[in-house]
Design a protein around this ligand. Structure first.
Ligand SMILES: NC(=O)c1ccc[n+]([C@@H]2O[C@H](COP(=O)([O-])OP(=O)(O)OC[C@H]3O[C@@H](n4cnc5c(N)ncnc54)[C@H](O)[C@@H]3O)[C@@H](O)[C@H]2O)c1
Length: 192
């Protein structure tokens, strides 16, 4: 096998999804051995010092910072994983775009269609590659449903109703985090 090229990774926010993205990067080459790139965990940002420490000591980033601008402007970073709370998505995505960085932005992209369009147009105009964390998209059952619909097997779809059961918000003593105040996740989303 020819030698792999380093792919510099920058992470913004070391919360639940920041860990998930980091684990995925760490396992990339054992899952897909034929890849020509090898993720290099360059820098992670989170304002909470214990999370910066976790990023370096547990996840394996070379350095950590409180300021996401240091991530999106780092010369060794090729790709940025944006795993911040929803109300920060637009400003961080636009900052990554301004520095010409490709990015994976956690869902939902913006808190509204307008915010999302602004990010999409800016990414297109800058020619950066972007992706959104709708991770069920490639699940076999979802792909099959898409195929059935595209082939007309389900007729004309007039209504779709989906329910996602989760109990992670049911702890009465849990923290009142950004998820539970409508302006932060976005008024169009009642849960994230
Ligand atoms: N794709 C999925 O299945 C999935 C699942 C869960 C969450 N999400 C999305 O991932 C994103 C993050 O959710 P989470 O569950 O990881 O949240 P979380 O609350 O666990 O983590 C958020 C982190 O952001 C940090 N943060 C706050 N302000 C910051 C700033 N200015 N700069 C950098 N970091 C900052 C916090 O300190 C915290 O560590 C949300 O957009 C959410 O909708 C996606």
């Amino acid at each position: 096998m020819s030698e792999r090229r380093d792919l510099g990774i920058g992470l913004v926010s070391v919360g639940w999804m920041g860990k998930v993205h980091s684990r995925a990067y760490s396992e990339l080459n054992s899952t897909f051995p034929g890849l020509a790139v090898k993720p290099r965990l360059v820098i992670a940002a989170d304002p909470e010092p214990s999370r910066q420490q976790f990023a370096v000591e547990a996840l394996g980033y070379e350095q950590a910072t409180a300021d996401y601008l240091e991530v999106v402007s780092h010369p060794d970073v090729d790709v940025v994983s944006i795993c911040a709370p929803n109300f920060l998505h637009k400003e961080i995505a636009l900052a990554a775009i301004a520095h010409g960085k490709h990015f994976w932005l956690e869902k939902p992209a913006g808190r509204s269609a307008e915010e999302t369009l602004e990010i999409a147009h800016a990414a297109d105009a800058a020619g950066v590659v972007s992706s959104i964390g709708y991770n069920y998209r490639q699940a076999p059952a979802i792909e099959y449903a898409k195929k059935l619909i595209a082939e007309g097997g389900l007729g004309r779809i007039t209504n779709v109703r989906g329910i996602f059961f989760a109990d992670y918000s049911s702890e009465p003593n849990g923290a009142l985090s950004w998820r539970f105040k409508k302006a932060w996740p976005g008024a169009e989303f009642s849960a994230t």
